[in-house]
Design a protein around this ligand. Structure first.
Ligand code: FAD
Length: 326
């Protein structure tokens, strides 16, 4: 798990009270609707009573959640009595019964009358034997299927899982691959109207270019990859936009085993970080997707262009050839 509020805070034997539940809510959620948006995107809508206590409607930004997928036997682990100790209880569950945990973005949080639903857009990458448990689940999802979704308690602004933090910057650059499409779309629906910016989004094919309505002052560039290397169109387009000369794009191997994760307050490279978000720069960057692509953009921005690391959130959402652990 990455360094955020997604951590345990103590054990409880009885069903948790609100105080015992801690900053995160564990929701046993049911699929209510499935829509194949394009060849590589499946939209899944979930319902759970706990959603009325989760997230911040209207200010979702790039809110991430942990999702637990059922193991082979189809039975989700029971975390309903674990309260804030849910993560320890999950880790202590024998591996064959634990299922798999992955990170996803709340694409949107809908409230209608008494009920709240959550939508997650799943990328289904090549349906081959290499596909992980999350992708396999999304390819076969049906109404009534259940998952555990773990997200921040409603109203907790610092409850973890939102990295969009431009500080005083009024100009913002968003860049990501298809796994960042839900976050970029949601950020564009949540942005402060006094900001302006540009969003670059690389998607697998032209048929995956799902329309996004930009808010006033924003431009969106959707970049179908087709047969090019993953990340190469995004990197080249962002560098062109920044006026950085480049001949051909060389995509770096990730520098660490885990995907790169570096924000104003945390560095997976162990580099020193500032005490908080930058308050002095006019421009702020948000970059997410495959870790090699993110690492390559970091090299160009920080080393070649001298961008202050405080002015960028670099987020490796996944890494080529590596099964994630949460
Ligand atoms: C904060 C955060 C938010 C995220 N939000 C979303 C989201 O909203 N929607 C979404 O679809 N993903 C999202 N992701 C990415 C998602 O968690 C990963 O893609 C995850 O690895 C998928 O799990 P899996 O079980 O399918 O594959 P894993 O078991 O993790 O990996 C199996 C194999 O598949 C490869 N692989 C994983 N993802 C991809 C991919 N996208 N394309 C090609 N190969 C891949 C791996 O390299 C590995 O070889 C997010 C990740 C983070 C950290």
């Amino acid at each position: 798990m990455s360094a955020d509020a997604f951590s345990e805070q103590g054990a409880s034997l009885a069903p948790p009270t609100e105080a015992e539940e801690g900053p995160l809510v564990v929701a046993r959620s049911q699929v209510s609707r499935i829509e194949q948006l394009s060849p590589h995107f499946v939209r899944v809508q979930f319902e759970a009573p706990e959603f009325s206590r989760m997230g911040n409607p209207g200010e979702n930004f790039d809110q991430r959640v942990k999702v637990i997928f059922p193991p082979e036997n189809g039975e989700l682990p029971d975390l309903s009595h674990a309260g804030a100790a849910w993560y320890r209880v999950w880790l202590e569950t024998p591996e064959p019964a634990r299922g798999a945990m992955r990170s996803y973005t709340i694409r949107s949080l809908h409230e209608s009358g008494e009920s709240t639903s959550i939508i997650i857009d799943f990328v289904v990458h090549e349906p081959n034997s290499e596909a992980g448990p999350a992708t396999r689940w999304a390819m076969r999802a049906a109404p009534g299927d259940e998952l555990l979704i773990i997200g921040p308690r409603r109203g907790l602004r610092d409850g973890g899982g939102v990295e969009y933090a431009p500080g005083n910057a009024r100009s913002v650059i968003l860049a990501g691959d298809e796994t960042a499409a839900p976050a970029i779309s949601s950020i564009l629906e949540s942005v402060d109207p006094t900001t302006h910016g540009v969003a670059f989004l690389e998607v697998p094919t032209i048929t995956d270019a799902i329309p996004i309505d930009p808010p006033p002052g924003w431009e969106i560039h959707v970049l179908p990859r087709e047969n090019a290397a993953h990340g190469s169109r995004l990197i080249a387009t962002v560098l062109d936009y920044l006026g950085t000369p480049h001949t051909s794009v060389r995509i770096d191997d990730a520098e660490t085993t885990d995907p790169l994760w570096e924000t104003a307050t945390f560095s997976s490279l162990g580099e020193p970080v500032a005490a908080g978000v930058s308050t002095r720069s006019a421009r702020w960057f948000w970059i997410a997707g495959e870790s090699g692509m993110v690492t390559t953009l970091r090299r160009h921005l920080v080393r070649d262009l001298g961008v202050d690391r405080c002015d960028v959130a670099f987020m490796g959402y996944w890494r080529r050839g590596l099964a994630m652990r949460g």
